[in-house]
Design a protein around this ligand. Structure first.
Ligand code: ZN
Length: 130
């Protein structure tokens, strides 16, 4: 099963990075199948959402922060329980159909790596299954 790993560098504690082009470049010469984008981290995730208006990403991060405040009284001693909870809310994987080397994303859809405890250097696995 073809598999690749992307290096992703986040720049602030919380951000959404569009990784669609990097994923596309990896699977461009493949035939068809299901592309799984998997984030092997516990304080980051991946989601598919709008790429047209950057305010959508800003609103998403702002509302996740309202849902899960950083200063809540968590037990986890590392001090990043909000990051873990946000990572679970967005999920660790996303699937996109691939047809003749083309990702079947909607016109306004992009694949976003979601950082919740940056800045960090992260890995994103891209797996092509049938
Ligand atoms: Zn932790």
């Amino acid at each position: 099963m073809p598999r690749w790993t992307l290096d992703v560098q986040s720049h602030v504690r919380e951000e959404m990075l569009d990784i669609t082009r990097q994923v596309e470049a990896l699977v461009r010469n493949a035939d068809s199948g299901i592309v799984t984008v998997f984030v092997p981290h516990t304080s980051a995730g991946v989601t598919i959402n709008e790429n047209a208006d950057v305010d959508v990403q800003r609103d998403m991060l702002a509302w996740l922060a309202k849902l899960v405040p950083n200063d809540a009284s968590f037990r986890h001693a590392e001090g990043n329980s909000d990051s873990h909870i946000k990572a679970t809310l967005v999920g660790a994987s996303a699937q996109v159909p691939l047809v003749d080397g083309r990702l079947l994303l909607g016109r306004w859809q992009a694949i976003y790596f979601c950082e919740f405890d940056g800045p960090r250097r992260r890995a994103v696995d891209v797996i092509l299954g049938s």
